[in-house]
Design a protein around this ligand. Structure first.
Ligand code: GTP
Length: 592
């Protein structure tokens, strides 16, 4: 198709303003889905995603409308996946900005506007939920003008009732620029998502930026020069449909016998092997995990299953890394790298839900750099590997630049939180009359605790956080060990700042006392820094036996009690003689 008749766009919105509902309406209006076929929120494919209400993997759908080809690209909306968001936006020329008519512009709305402007996208503001009695579209329009958007006719919609949908589609055609016609240039296709299919191998979602591509053609990944032959390509309507070619401006999928998403990375450029482009498309980054945790099966016999499951998940998730590790306390397991805490939770849930595994996960850690007395530098992902304090010359930890968007009334609270987390203030900018952007440099290890949750609760949900890694800085850090019944438990060791190591040790010991169930014998808990004990508490011995209550006979009651006890045992790990529940391994993340 002539690129004049193509429009590539995405929908951006603050959470719950109606992005998915509007997307469904566009699909329905253009006949991609009949009402009967229409399941709720078709674009959010994965079950987990639907439950959590977040979009993890970008999706793409082609709509036909008035002789135009409209490609709707869905974008994930969480900081852990910010690189994927940025690549999805790079595949578009325009963005529909959905704003709730009763809530108005919120922090994420603003963050999205800036992201869209950064990618040079044409923004179409849509004021949604006008059916609500509390809707105030004039106020929202004024807010949008305030933040600097040029607005003439505002589009008012109720995605729920299906009003204003035609106007949105017409605006996409009129306002979103057609892609440049670069059909005659050498092929360049941007991979903005990919997933692994057990039958077909890796399926890459692509935006053809230049040239064209056909089945049978030899192609090359520009990041690693690997060559493949295209088996099949096509479009999403929304299921996959084969086509004879994809051309400059179009969005679709390519299958080329790639066996592993690691060789088909988001952000990479596919070019022709025979007539390669001289430069890849800009912005490609190799994604590196930011936090590492130990994953251990609660039943050691499940080690092989866990290995298989991780290998399968990795086929679909190029950012997931893992290697085998052993813990004295937990036995055989894996050290797994994640993009952030949400990514970690998603992987954990998938392993438990899709593979039926029962796991214990250790508190996430960042990668520390340690230079010893001889001047040799090592990187450490696991606190248990920390050398003896007297062997260490310099310890460095990763820092991030954090950008916090928020209404100015909460600036005080947010600054206090950053300060408490060893943040260094860098800058503060007023974006408009009462919205502020704060810049801090903060150790990554502080961000991966419950920082984001605290920030949200201190700002009544208004603040958004974005961060990027800026490098390593020296820090005064020490290892805090936990001893149960006198023996150190390697999986409970953490790295903390020297200044608050003592108080951290005391509060952690108290928390563990609450979390570790009483056993048949007393269990002393000690916190230690090197050989110095900084805290000691005791878990008293348990006297009663659960079965004592059931005076003999009643078998079914007895069984129920035992089952209940077994339930309660879920996600526990026996360390020596002591049963430790999952929560205890995460206790170091919680504040007092
Ligand atoms: P996330 O996927 O969580 O980011 O949310 P979203 O922006 O995709 O919002 P979603 O489409 O899931 O809508 C959020 C809620 O608002 C749902 O309960 C919708 O039914 C409701 N909603 C969406 N559009 C309208 C509308 O026009 N009017 C009313 N009254 N409710 C709407």
């Amino acid at each position: 198709m002539n690129s004049e008749h193509i429009r590539n766009f995405c929908i951006i919105a603050h959470i719950d303003h109606g992005k998915s509902t509007l997307a469904d309406r566009l699909l329905e209006y253009t006949g991609v889905l009949t009402e009967r076929e229409m399941k709720e929120q078709v674009l959010d494919k994965m079950e987990l995603e639907r439950e959590r209400g977040i979009t993890i993997k970008a999706q793409a759908v082609r709509l036909e409308y008035n002789g135009y080809q409209l490609n709707l690209i869905d974008t994930p909306g969480h900081v852990d996946f910010s690189y994927e968001v940025s690549r999805s936006l790079a595949a578009c020329e325009g963005a529909i900005l959905v704003v709730d008519a009763s809530q108005g512009v919120e922090a994420q709305t603003l963050a999205n506007i800036y992201l869209a402007l950064e990618h040079d996208l044409e923004i179409i503001p849509v004021i949604n939920k006008i059916d609500l009695p509390s809707a105030d579209p004039d106020r929202v329009k004024a807010q949008l003008i305030d933040v600097g958007l040029e607005i003439e006719d505002t589009i008012l919609t109720s995605a729920k009732e299906g009003t204003g949908i035609k106007e949105v589609l017409d605006a996409v055609i009129e306002q979103v620029p057609a892609p440049e016609n670069t059909f005659n240039k050498p092929l360049r296709a941007l991979i903005f998502d990919s997933f692994y299919d057990p039958y077909q191998g890796v399926i890459a979602y692509v935006r053809i930026k230049d040239g064209s591509i056909k089945p049978g053609q030899r192609v090359k990944m520009m990041s690693n020069n690997r060559e493949y032959e295209v088996d099949e390509l096509g479009i999403f309507i929304p299921d996959m449909k084969k086509t004879a070619s994809l051309e400059a401006g179009e969005v679709g999928y390519i299958i080329a016998g790639v066996k592993d998403v690691k060789n088909c990375r988001v952000g990479d450029t596919i070019t022709s092997a025979d007539n390669p482009a001289s430069e890849p498309l800009p912005g490609y980054q190799k994604i590196k995990p930011m936090v590492y945790s130990g994953l251990y099966p609660t039943d050691n016999a499940d080690y092989g299953l866990l290995k298989d499951a991780l290998e399968k998940l990795q086929l679909n998730d190029a950012s997931l890394t893992f290697e085998a590790e052993t813990s004295e306390a937990l036995g055989f397991g894996f050290r797994v790298g994640f993009l952030g805490l949400l990514h970690m939770e998603i992987i954990q849930e998938r392993l438990e839900r899709e593979y039926g595994l029962e796991l214990v996960i250790t508190a996430p850690s960042v990668v520390y750099r340690i230079t010893d007395q001889q001047g040799d530098m090592i990187e450490i992902e696991n606190p248990a590997e920390f050398p003896e304090q007297n062997e260490i010359e310099i310890i460095e930890e990763p820092y991030v630049k954090a950008e916090i968007f928020l209404p100015d009334e909460y600036v005080g609270q947010a600054m206090e939180l950053c300060q408490e987390n060893r943040g260094e203030f860098k800058d503060m900018q007023y974006i408009d009359e009462n919205r502020v952007k704060l810049y801090y440099e903060i150790p990554l290890s502080e961000i991966i605790t419950d920082f984001f949750d605290l920030l949200k609760s201190k700002t009544r949900g208004y603040a958004t956080l974005d961060y990027e890694f800026i490098g390593y800085k020296p820090s005064q850090l020490v290892k805090l060990d936990i001893l149960l019944s006198g023996s150190p438990v390697d999986a409970l060791s953490t790295i903390v700042h020297q200044e608050n190591a003592g108080s951290k040790g005391r509060s952690l010991a108290r928390k563990l006392k609450k979390l570790i169930p009483r056993q048949m014998f007393a269990v002393p808990i000690q916190a230690a820094i090197g050989s110095k004990i900084v805290a000691r508490v005791n878990i008293k011995a348990l006297r009663k036996n659960v079965l004592q209550k059931c005076y003999g006979g009643d078998i079914s009651r007895k069984r129920k009690l035992l089952e209940k006890q077994k339930e309660g045992k879920k996600r526990m790990k026996r360390v020596g003689q002591v049963e430790i529940p999952q929560e205890a391994f995460m206790a170091v993340l919680q504040r007092d």
